[in-house]
Design a protein around this ligand. Structure first.
Ligand SMILES: *[C@@H]1O[C@H](CO)[C@@H](O)[C@H](O)[C@H]1NC(C)=O
Ligand SMILES: *[C@@H]1O[C@H](CO)[C@@H](O)[C@H](O)[C@H]1NC(C)=O
Ligand SMILES: *[C@@H]1O[C@H](CO)[C@@H](O)[C@H](O)[C@H]1NC(C)=O
Length: 369
């Protein structure tokens, strides 16, 4: 109440003062004189007009930028074709689009096997143990209801100081033994995950012409491949993406946050809907669309958010799964009661935990859950 009174008082007072200052003295007008007072008044008019125009300009530019992340307004290079964005790299964007090359590849396998579903697993080059665990758990599920499922690990290169030479030799051996390694020539780091994700879309779009769906799934995740295939057999077949869908996520402006994003890189305050990165599933026809969209949007380092931005650009919705509890971010304290046979994904504490969880899952499956 008090605040209201104060406000109305002030809003009356301010125009009143300006009005008095600007009001022409009657006698001056009638005599047509150019007094110093009139000059002062003219200056004041210019000043007021200048402030008004300036405010309008600033307001409209801020307004425009915050409604759509229009890359054209943030790109300094104006000689670029109207719609394409150069990979302007700051700390919060990555070097994409850019031509990267696969140095370990499976150029024909996907075409030959024509899997219904491909599991794409981002992993660090050195993390051989995680790959091993996945190959012996959900990565070893190769057919479900007569549908072929296959998996690939996708990774970049390690830094020299991390023993890149030895890691390369190990990877080459793994690639020969298992035929599931896709390694590209970008520097593998947390910051570069968006590059990895985009290369995943590139690889799928050119190597898997007969494949219906793919899933991006992290190594520290439990995956129930049977339930996933079951869901996909009833899912939309085109331009479909689902997972744990996050809506109205705030853009984090705290510099200490793991997902800090400066205003200058992304001025909006809320991200568009996106499927959380630990596991999302999509129809193969979406890969090309996302790659097209990526030509127009600066590649933010937060990969799942970036895919969400591409989806918004395409005007294609991110779909919720048929049941809200299929893609879990937290493992409940009680995982008895047929928990593992009822979900599709659950984020674990580490990929080591997966070995135990997989045993529980198998026990539950065998006990008729
Ligand atoms: C703008 O981009 C084009 C290529 O897209 C490049 O040839 C040119 O040098 C760039 N100009 C500036 C000022 O960066
Ligand atoms: C994969 O499963 C088959 C049985 O379906 C089993 O014989 C094989 O040992 C498993 N592979 C791994 C790496 O666990
Ligand atoms: C990301 O990858 C690019 C290409 O390999 C590299 O130049 C850049 O240093 C990497 N960035 C980080 C933070 O690892």
């Amino acid at each position: 109440m008090l605040q209201n009174k104060k406000k109305s008082f002030r809003s009356c007072l301010v125009p009143e003062i300006i009005f008095r200052l600007l009001k022409m003295p009657d006698n001056a007008v009638s005599r047509g004189e150019r007094t110093p007072w009139m000059k002062f008044r003219r200056c004041l008019w210019y000043l007021v007009a200048l402030i008004m125009v300036g405010t309008l300009v600033i307001y409209s530019s801020v307004f425009q930028v915050s409604w759509s992340l229009n890359p054209r307004t943030t790109t300094p290079n104006s000689s670029n074709p109207q719609n394409s964005v150069p990979p302007l790299v700051d700390r919060y964007t990555v070097a994409y689009p850019h031509e990267y090359h696969f140095i370990l590849d499976e150029p024909n396998r996907c075409r030959e096997e024509s899997p219904f579903l491909v599991l794409m697993i981002p992993v660090e080059p050195h993390n051989r143990e995680a790959r091993h665990i996945i190959r012996s758990t959900w990565g070893n599920v190769t057919t479900v209801q007569g549908k072929v499922v296959s998996h690939y690990f996708i990774l970049g290169q390690s830094r020299e100081e991390n023993g890149a030479q030895t890691i390369e030799e190990q990877l080459l051996r793994e690639s020969r033994d298992h035929g599931d390694i896709l390694q590209s020539d970008f520097l593998d780091s947390y910051h570069n995950l968006t590059i990895k994700t985009m290369l995943m879309f590139e690889w799928l779009s050119t190597h898997c012409p007969q494949t219906s769906y793919a899933m991006k799934v992290d190594t520290d995740t439990f995956l129930n491949v049977h339930n996933l295939v079951g869901m996909l057999l009833k899912a939309p077949q085109h331009l479909y993406i689902t997972g744990n869908v996050i809506r109205f996520a705030s853009v984090l402006r705290d510099q200490n946050s793991k997902w800090f994003m400066p205003f200058s890189t992304f001025p909006e305050s809320v991200y568009p809907p996106y499927a959380i990165g630990l596991g999302y599933v999509f129809s193969l026809d979406l890969t090309r669309k996302i790659l097209e969209a990526a030509q127009h949007i600066r590649a933010l380092y937060i990969e799942d958010v970036y895919v969400g931005l591409c989806m918004r650009h395409l005007g294609i919705p991110v779909t919720d799964p048929p049941r809200g509890d299929m893609f879990r971010i937290w493992m409940p304290s009680n995982t008895g009661n047929c928990y593992w046979t009822s979900v599709i994904t659950t984020l674990l504490h580490s990929s080591n935990q997966l070995l135990d969880v997989w045993k529980s899952y198998q026990t539950q499956a065998q006990s008729g859950c």
